[in-house]
Design a protein around this ligand. Sequence first.
Ligand code: SF4
Length: 110
Amino acid sequence: MTGSHLRPETDRRQFLKLATSLALVSILDVASPKRAAAQAQTVDPKDPLAVSLNYACDGATAPGHVQGQFCTGCQLYSGTGDAKSGPCALFQGKLVCAGGWCKSWVKRAT
Ligand code: SF4
């Protein structure tokens, strides 16, 4: 006996189910900001933008750092809770260290 035991309609139905499931997984993956943040890379301090802004993951060591200023207190930082890093509006698609700093620091509105 050769070939599939399934009829063509069954094969087509199974294919559509699989394609729909894969599409749904892709949409959920993209739509999850938490997952997106988890997949994002931390800013490389040698990145030209980071260098131009004097960014350092250990903010206290950044040239020109002002005592008490860190990414967690910056208006442009959107990390949550106790996360060690989070998104910054200046570094799209990457994460900055919660204890980082750069010269574009803006006091977070209260
Ligand atoms: Fe950190 Fe703010 Fe500079 Fe972004 S703009 S790197 S959050 S200090």
